[in-house]
Design a protein around this ligand. Structure first.
Ligand SMILES: Cc1cc2nc3c(=O)[nH]c(=O)nc-3n(C[C@H](O)[C@H](O)[C@H](O)COP(=O)(O)O)c2cc1C
Length: 193
């Protein structure tokens, strides 16, 4: 029997997804998992926009159109590949962190970390429920008009990209992950500097 820890150990992103999108019950559980992220001061800084159905085509036109007008337009091949990818994606969750100007006690960095942790919970929950999910900061993520056009005005939000989510188009690969010991050392006393 698969244990919860086995899901965490085997999770991988899956960019290539198709319909069906998560049903309402599954979407509710995936988004509720985001609410269980660690969150200093319970500021709940995360904000999500659900984009699905015909809105996906509008998202594609809007994001690719802005990218093509930018200083770094896609090549025709990259544009075609991006359109082909998005034409299959049944649901997008756009992500932003709310800037709370009134709160100086808990830094923006900490609020961004809480939002990132919320996205990680979404990715894990989607995987546990059998969906594919992929976090992207591509296309027009760093173009101001894109953020504001999604409803995340840059005065009030840090836009953190979008999650494509749906049914995996192929088996989710079991990736070989690095051995954790490469990243760990023991601390016993202050380091001499
Ligand atoms: C904040 C963030 C933004 C990302 N943006 C992109 C992106 O724009 N394009 C991309 O190919 N991968 C992007 N990735 C990486 C993928 O989401 C994914 O993590 C990567 O392909 C590795 O797959 P894995 O999650 O199975 O290890 C991003 C990851 C993070 C955390």
């Amino acid at each position: 029997m698969t244990q919860p820890i086995d899901f965490l150990l085997s999770r991988s992103s899956m960019k290539l997804v198709t319909a069906p999108a998560p049903n309402d019950d599954d979407l509710a559980r995936i988004l509720q998992a985001a609410m269980a992220a660690p969150d200093h001061g319970s500021l709940q800084p995360w904000r999500f926009k659900i984009i699905r159905g015909e809105a996906i085509g509008k998202f594609a036109d809007f994001s690719i159109g802005l990218r093509q007008q930018s200083d770094t337009p896609f090549t025709p091949e990259k544009e075609a590949a991006t359109r082909a990818w998005l034409s299959e994606v049944p649901m997008i969750i756009a992500v932003a962190c709310h800037i709370d100007y009134g709160n100086t006690a808990i830094s923006e960095t900490e609020r961004m970390l809480a939002t990132g942790a919320a996205v990680t919970n979404i990715l894990n929950a989607a995987y546990m429920l059998g969906y594919g999910a992929f976090w992207s900061t591509g296309i027009a993520t760093y173009i101001d008009e894109f953020q504001s056009g999604l409803g995340f005005d840059s005065l009030d939000y840090r836009f953190l990209g979008f999650i494509a989510i749906g049914t995996p188009r192929m088996a989710i690969p079991q990736k070989k992950r690095p051995d954790y010991t490469q990243f760990i050392s023991e601390w016993t006393e202050p380091v001499d500097v």
